[in-house]
Write a protein that binds this ligand. Sequence first.
Ligand code: EPU
Length: 446
Amino acid sequence: MKEVRVTEDTEDVLHVVGGKPLEGTIKVRGAKNFVSKAMVAALLAPGVSVLRNVPEIRDVHVVSDLLRLHGVEVDVDGHNGVVTIDATHVQLADVADVDTLSGSSRIPILFSGPLLHRLGEAFIPQLGGCNIGGRPIDFHLETLRKLGAHVDKEHQDGIHITAPDGLHGAKIHLPYPSVGATEQTLLAAVQAEGRTELSGAATEPEIMDLVAVLQKMGALISVDVDRTFRVEGVKELKGYTHTSLTDRIESASWASAALATHGDIFVKGATQPEMMTFLNVFRKIGGAFDITDQGIRFWHPGGNLKPVAIETDVHPGFMTDWQQPLVVALTQANGLSIVHETVYENRFGFTKPLVQMGATIQLYRECLGSLPCRFQQRNYKHSAVIFGPTPLEGRDIDVPDLRGGFSHLIAALTANGPSDVHGISLIDRGYADFRGKLEALGADIS
Ligand code: EPU
């Protein structure tokens, strides 16, 4: 019998009738995982910054609200994708107000450096973000301490950080190339006194775009081939004007949707350099693509899809965020595929509903890849074996997290018969107007 959920907001449920190829053109704007950081960078300079190609996603509103609580003027022109930030005046936010945004994103921790430079102190609320692993912030806090900040974790609602005498340069090594901790160090070191050397850093394209923004603002940052950043602290920074790089996670998500549904999608705005690793895998599976100046067309050229073995990794490896949508396409490939997740310990929870829909996916604690990863000999099911092709059947699905949720949408669109996907507002965090885009691609949704 179908469960009736009396308390649910009906707008949070998408009814999907699958089995129809997705066909048409959609436009992807700037990268969620860059735009939010560039907005934080604007806080460093007492002036006006303009960011273009900004997607209409919830994370942009969360960061805007947090900036406004600190006295910053933020204007979001969602239609044209332009955010204007005037950080001439910055003030301490009321802890209770900041708390209302706790749990909504992971970005607040990146406010630390800019707030310490502007005000000498910062209050960071409890962090949110997707439940795909423990997601500790120990590297962030260690970095801030090394740069001279005092970190007080006693406050029950968040973390109070102070640096009354300012930050100073330091030698920092990250035990793992964390994206967030690399950004934390850059945002804090640009105005710290003296030099900072950050080794073991991540160099994702979104980080390099942040470095470009910081350079426009007046920062001195260089990066070596061995993933070491060197920052020479400067006294003053100014506002910037910048156009965000395209969201390569969203682009790859639509590419996977084209493959799984036997579709043909032109992703306007998608760019090749940041997607090379994905494109290689897409081609190995049997997907077709055509790269133009305007974007990339992805399609299923007919015939059987082939299985692959992939390992997620930091850039230039195969992104962890590409993994979840692609797994749905792999359920339609002919044979045994292996995915070894080495970035997050717990990113296969989303496969359970896929199995209930008819997929054959087995999870393993072992490292099923060429190299053992950090999760070896630990109790995490971080390898998946997918056997296909398996027809999927529609059903009720609860969205677990952002990328897992989009994967469930792809599964529902691939499946025979109707599905109700619950909790779709989670997907708004990272996929701008995905309902409109699905309609434009001919999906049967309501
Ligand atoms: N880690 C620690 N300690 C830390 C920080 C990270 O142990 O202090 C570990 C994490 O637990 C994880 C690994 O390091 O196992 C990598 O985490 P990282 O810090 O690189 O991730 P993040 O900065 O929190 C960003 C993106 C994620 C993306 C990862 C990896 C944002 C807002 N989020 O997260 O995006 O998966 O980098 O590329 O930029 C998403 O968009 O759906 C998403 C989860």
